[in-house]
Ligand binder design. Structure first.
Ligand code: AMP
Ligand code: ZN
Ligand code: FE
Ligand code: FE
Length: 287
């Protein structure tokens, strides 16, 4: 399929665990003819200003976003937030708290790895991330660099995933709190890759607190799941979004930029949802 008129709404940059800088992501989007890219870094909006600046030059629109990582009953539940007011101070405070939790989690993972005979410096791990949104991918890279594992995938499989010896729980932050965080920042909350661990019951709970969409098109979804979630968006009146979850070419997680896209009309739908919310909020405040 041609990239014309298409949008990849899930891309990571060096602000979290992506391999490309925000400007390089926009350059890549423009080079393959995408109409828009959604910048959705884990627990940070630090990549957005540079992406927006490059977007003005390159003509590939940037949808400002974020991906908030939470877990719920042992499953990874990630909430995307689109058209957030990325310069909002309350949002900045929440994201800073989440990143502090990430740093503390990394420290605890390093302590566990130490007891397993693997010594890694916190400084080195932190230096592998441009903007301080460190996580397991950076620990995995440092393990690879030190020769403790043969690949990032191996680091995850043998040590860093739940149930493995260096796994540490994430800071407590629920999916509903993540939805609220996005709403307070004027954005549209969308459940990322529901096939990775969200139950139908959780989806219904999150709709009650303001979820606006499901990420139907994602590399982790097979055809059956894609159709299941597409059906749910229709039944529940949600927006069906999608994207590559790209972390850079050849990275072990996600696909290449533009590998999964949605029609550009979805960008308009998200923008309208965000604007409708902002209007309702002002009406509420005026009352
Ligand atoms: P964290 O937020 O620190 O728990 O890290 C989670 C991130 O690690 C995900 O968003 C993916 O980018 C990446 N990831 C998860 N599972 C794997 C895996 N099996 N191999 C490589 N990367 C992974
Ligand atoms: Zn990631
Ligand atoms: Fe995710
Ligand atoms: Fe992601």
């Amino acid at each position: 399929m041609s990239a014309r008129g298409r949008a990849d709404l899930h891309v990571h940059t060096t602000a979290s665990d992506g391999a490309l800088s925000p400007a390089e992501v926009v350059d890549t989007g423009a080079a393959i003819g995408l109409a828009a890219v959604g910048i959705s870094d884990h627990d940070t909006v630090a990549g957005i200003p540079a992406a927006l600046a490059r977007s003005a030059e390159k003509g590939c629109e940037v949808v400002p976003g974020v991906e908030l990582n939470t877990d719920f009953r042992g499953k990874e539940i990630h909430i995307l937030g689109y058209f957030i007011a990325w310069d909002d101070t309350r949002l900045a405070r929440t994201l800073a708290r989440l990143r502090k939790g990430r740093l503390a989690r990394v420290e605890r993972m390093l302590a566990k790895l130490e007891t397993l005979g693997m010594t890694l410096s916190l400084d080195r791990v932190v230096s592998l991330c441009d903007e301080g949104s460190v996580g397991r991918p950076h620990v995995a890279k440092a393990m690879l660099e030190a020769g403790y594992v043969g690949s990032v995938k191996e680091a995850f499989q043998r040590f860093l995933t739940r149930g493995m010896p260096a796994f540490v729980e994430r800071m407590r932050f629920s999916p509903a709190e993540a939805v609220k965080t996005v709403l307070l920042a004027g954005g549209v909350p969308v459940l990322a890759h529901p096939g990775v661990g969200a139950s139908p019951a959780l989806i219904l709970e999150l709709v009650k607190v303001g979820l606006g969409g499901l990420e139907v098109f994602h590399p982790e979804h097979d055809l059956r799941r894609t159709q299941l979630y597409l059906g749910m968006t229709r039944e529940l009146g949600l927006t069906a979004t999608g994207g590559s979850d790209s972390h850079g070419k050849g990275q072990p997680y996600g696909a290449d930029i533009g590998a999964l896209t949605v029609d550009y009309a979805v960008v308009g739908e998200l923008r309208r949802r965000a604007e409708r919310r902002t209007m309702t909020d002002s009406a509420d405040k005026a009352r």
